[in-house]
Design a binder for this molecule. Structure first.
Ligand code: S3P
Length: 441
């Protein structure tokens, strides 16, 4: 049986405080690095979503002991390249591109062949983007024409490499950084800017990293063979999950919301910069630093008059997971908005640029989509009255959640399939929108 939700009513005004679950990118990175640390590492507020659980299950298969004690996750690290490789290990990355790509970096040193598989959505995604640079370390990757399943045949002596990352992909950059940890020598990466959680964690752990920041690129140097000491980490709330509530508040009438302890790393807050340019009222309070990451409480208010935007492409990477939401805001703006250089959006859990256009068209919003751009003809008075069915979206968690936000802010009679998709990144999503007053069946 399909799990579906029905939303037939716009949300009523609200004035509330929320706490959102832990950041997915940081959760997966903490889990992977803790598994190669010496000793026991602990985290609080680790995101307990399917992507992170897949990471924990992969590590268990590699001999890593993991325990949960109430809100604390404890990982008994095996040291650099200390994984226990049994014969014929298959690691299932589920829906998670981040997990599949980053763990491949750690496995360039694998002593036995390891097979990586994933779900239907992940099996459609491109992996040449990581296997090509990772092969330069000396490992061999047998792919299914660049897709999963992939068999990794590690090398005893991975050698440092030079790598030019041109897509602005933090997953590609991080996979190479993780592989560099196991080499004797210095890996040099020239990377188009993207989220920098791996760099900040490497710095915090004193892992022989140097970053030289230029306007469009970062030069990252990683010296391998440095011991990772066990480390404790309090995972801040996820800005990408918070974004659903930022947009819900902005598009609702007479509402206010405070979201506590959100990670506002500058490489992640593209959505805030873009929404502010469109006139949305968002403020940071109580801003502080935590182990290199920046954290704040967010204050958001509903916004009556929204400006259209010619979205600066330099903000694309820092808003990459939030564009479906930004498109909704553009649909309410007073004029035409344009978004360019977004071909990477079609490389996500589903072809999201196409889904953005599809959802807008179903809502009756005129838009023009190309292979890498979207033009949206906004209408401040738009009210949706039709019946809208959202299905067959490869269970993309963000397509599900953005559809719910559209239903709660524009109206219409929505039937949204595959409710379980929220478990990928944000298991408490429905509980939280209900807490704000949403009526969902
Ligand atoms: C992520 C990087 C992004 C993002 C993904 C998580 C990460 O992918 O879309 O949800 O944690 O490194 P790309 O790096 O491929 O753009």
């Amino acid at each position: 049986m399909l799990s579906k939700i029905k939303i037939n009513k716009i949300i009523k005004p609200f004035n509330k405080v929320l706490e959102i679950e832990g950041d997915k990118s940081l959760s997966i990175r903490w889990v992977l690095l803790a598994s190669q640390a010496n000793g026991v590492s602990k985290s609080i507020n680790l995101l307990k979503s399917e992507d992170v659980i897949s990471a924990l299950n992969c590590l268990k298969k590699l001999g890593v002991k993991i325990k949960f004690k109430k809100k604390i996750c404890e990982i008994h690290g095996l040291g650099l390249n200390g994984y226990r490789y049994k014969k014929n290990i298959t690691l299932d990355a589920g829906n998670s591109g981040t997990l599949a790509r980053l763990i491949m970096g750690l496995l360039v040193h694998a002593k036995d062949k390891i097979k990586i598989i994933g779900d239907k959505s992940l099996s459609k995604r491109d992996f040449y983007r990581v296997t090509v640079p990772l092969e330069k370390f000396g490992a061999k990757f047998k792919t299914n024409s660049g897709r999963l399943p992939i068999i990794i045949n590690g090398t005893d002596l991975p050698k440092p490499i030079k790598y030019n990352e041109t897509k602005g992909s933090a997953q590609c950059k991080s996979a190479v950084m993780f592989a560099a940890l196991n080499t004797d020598g210095e890996t040099i990466i020239k990377a188009k800017k993207s989220r920098n959680h791996s760099e900040l964690l490497f710095k915090h752990l004193k892992l022989g990293i140097k970053v030289i920041t230029k306007s469009n690129i970062d030069l990252i140097k990683v010296k391998g063979k440095k011991e990772i000491r066990s480390f404790n980490y309090l995972i801040p709330s996820d800005i990408s999950s918070s974004a659903f509530f930022i947009v819900l508040t902005a598009l609702s009438k007479n509402s206010k919301l405070k979201i506590k302890n959100v990670n506002i790393n500058s490489s992640r807050i593209g959505i805030i910069k873009i929404l502010k340019l469109m006139g949305v009222k968002i403020n940071f309070k109580n801003t502080r630093n935590y182990k290199g990451e920046k954290i704040a409480d967010l204050l958001i208010e509903s916004t009556k008059s929204l400006k259209p935007i010619d979205c600066p492409t330099k903000l694309n990477s820092s808003a990459i997971d939030e564009f479906l939401l930004i498109f909704l805001v553009a649909a309410r703006a007073n004029g035409i908005s344009t978004f360019k250089n977004l071909s990477e959006l079609n490389q996500k859990e589903s072809p999201r640029l196409l889904w953005g256009s599809k959802i807008l068209s179903m809502m009756g919003v005129k838009n023009v989509v190309t292979k890498d751009s979207l033009k949206i003809y906004g209408n401040p008075n738009l009210k949706v009255q039709k019946k809208i069915i959202i299905k067959k979206f490869l269970k993309d968690h963000r397509v599900f959640m953005v559809s719910a936000i559209a239903a709660l802010t524009f109206g219409g009679k929505w039937l949204i399939c595959d409710k379980d998709s929220i478990k990928t990144s944000f298991p408490s999503f429905l509980k939280k929108i209900r807490y704000l007053g949403a009526k969902i069946r």
